[in-house]
Ligand binder design. Structure first.
Ligand code: SF4
Length: 227
């Protein structure tokens, strides 16, 4: 295992997880920089490029505003020390992005687990996952996105839950094709998540959750105006 693995970190912050199965759970979010999937409606486009000119010192990460494209390099040891210092009582850690699976997450997950933390990652499923068996995987399948990257079967099978962003009926149809084309383990929970709290998308998600015995994931944090 590479303990020297460096991670480009966009931000580390504490909030309540607002989405899917862990909604309402106090969580430390570690947002990694870097993504080449290219979703048009992405609300973290500032994380896409790992541009050297935007690198800042890890100690300055907490002084930046939340939507900036600046990032800092840190090792698993630096990250865990930071979390231990600032949020020692928070048990749940969410590693998100960007696309966190672009990186070998085993050293980071292992170091956090050694602190007694539970780890969840949020991924598009387009990169092979390098994580321990104990990590909870929330797969938000980004199907037919401009980056042209397929959702990998290995990620689909490994997912503990699938959270589909829905803006229109075509997204539900994409999900149905995706589920029937792949062998999804029977215990994988399926969530429909309306894009941007849109009323039409929400109604669509409610209707199809009821029709298909799927679940509704609202971005709770956005309704109560927290991060
Ligand atoms: S995979 Fe996530 S971070 Fe990347 S473009 Fe899509 S929504 Fe944005």
């Amino acid at each position: 295992m590479q303990n020297s693995q460096q991670y480009p970190i966009n931000e580390i912050f504490v909030t309540l997880q607002g989405e899917a199965g862990f909604a309402g759970t106090p969580s430390v979010f570690i947002r990694l920089q870097g993504c080449d999937v290219g979703c048009g409606w992405c609300d973290t486009k500032h994380t896409w490029k790992v541009n050297q000119k935007n690198e800042i010192d890890f100690n300055n990460l907490f002084n930046k505003s939340d939507d900036k494209n600046s990032w800092a390099t840190a090792t698993a040891t630096q990250i865990t020390r930071c979390i231990e210092t600032n949020y020692p009582h928070i048990k749940h850690i969410v590693i998100t992005g960007g696309e966190p699976a672009m990186y070998d997450l085993r050293p980071l997950c292992q170091a956090l687990e050694n602190l007694g933390k539970d780890i969840q990652i949020e991924t598009s499923g387009t990169y092979e996952l390098k994580i321990p068996d104990s990590t909870w995987v929330t797969l938000s399948p980004k199907i037919d996105m401009p980056g042209g990257k397929p959702v990998l079967l290995k990620c689909i099978v490994r997912a503990n839950e699938i959270k589909m962003p829905v803006g229109k009926l075509a997204d539900i149809q994409k999900l149905k094709s995706f589920l029937s084309a792949n062998q999804i383990p029977a215990n994988t929970k399926i969530w429909l998540q309306p894009l941007s709290q849109n009323k039409t998308a929400t109604n669509l998600c409610v209707e199809h959750a009821l029709l298909n015995n799927w679940r509704l994931s609202l971005q709770t944090h956005k309704f109560i105006n927290i991060r």
